[in-house]
Design a protein around this ligand. Structure first.
Ligand code: KIV
Length: 274
């Protein structure tokens, strides 16, 4: 399918539709949102999927890592987004500590998110280590998007946010994990910050869609943190990030104008009062 031949149907995007997009060669667009107002703009602009990422921990709450965000907080963000969205597939991240090492806890956390947010699917970080949780959640009919490569919930194991799977052993494990996730029944996988050649290989070997972030263009779709691509987080400039707006400067300029107008009594004027 050529880039000019992309269809943006009005109907709701489903996990099934995700697979069809890969089969049809249509790239999948995905962005994060954590609140109603942003999700509404992003959905109405025609995005295919919205990720309520646990990056809310950094972007919304100012934490250094994604580890502190809680299940209740993710449910709050997920429900706010789901209320706004009419078309995009809504995927909510399961937060750190709610699914690793205990598949019963994983299922009850997953059910809470699905019941209380109205989301369409969940995303979990990891491969073989969390397979039991994945099987149990899937057995309840809850769709799962996997996440391999740089998995920020494991930052204390990695010690750095640098590119993953550059060495052969880690690349082989990632490939194995990707196949395990597909065999288990995940409907898609996010690959974060890995060599483009490896990501392309995964996308070619698997039939489910592979969504990349810092994983090159040989995959089936792309995801970015909306606040980063809109230029609201101006201190963060990884190589993979393309900025489509410079909202930090825009907002800062607008706030400066407002302050000036308040201080000079220019705002409000006669027409702006009752
Ligand atoms: O939490 C998040 O925003 C994510 C993306 C970076 C893929 O997991």
């Amino acid at each position: 399918m050529s880039a000019t031949n992309v269809t943006t149907p009005a109907k709701k995007v489903t996990t099934f539709g995700f697979g069809q997009m890969k089969q049809n060669g249509e790239k999948i667009s995905m962005l994060t949102s954590y609140d109603y107002t942003m999700a509404r703009i992003v959905d109405e602009a025609g995005i295919d999927a919205i990720l309520v990422g646990d990056s809310a921990s950094n972007v919304m709450a100012g934490h250094d890592t994604t580890l502190p965000i809680t299940l209740d907080q993710m449910i709050y963000h997920g429900a706010s987004v789901a209320r706004a969205v009419k078309r995009a597939l809504v995927v909510v991240d399961m937060p750190f500590g709610t699914y690793q090492g205990d598949s019963k806890l994983a299922l009850s956390s997953a059910i809470r998110i699905m019941k209380e947010t109205g989301a369409d699917a969940l995303k979990l970080e990891g491969g073989e280590e969390i397979l039991e949780s994945i099987h149990r959640i899937l057995s309840a009919g809850i769709p799962i998007m996997g996440h391999l490569g740089l998995t920020p919930q494991s930052i204390h194991k990695f010690g750095t946010y640098t590119v993953r799977a550059k060495e052969e052993a880690e690349a082989e494990k990632l490939l194995r994990d990707a196949h395990l996730l597909e065999e288990a029944g995940c409907f898609a996988i996010v690959l974060e910050k890995i060599p483009a050649v490896l990501a392309e290989r995964v996308a070619k070997e698997l039939t489910i869609p592979i969504i990349g972030i810092g994983a090159g263009h040989g995959v089936d779709g792309q995801v970015l943190v909306a606040h980063d691509m809109l230029g609201m987080t101006n201190g963060f400039s990884p190589r993979f990030l393309r900025r489509y707006a410079h909202l930090y400067e825009e907002i800062s300029g607008a706030v400066g104008e407002y302050i000036k107008d308040v201080k000079s009594s220019d705002f409000p004027n006669e027409k702006e009062q009752y």
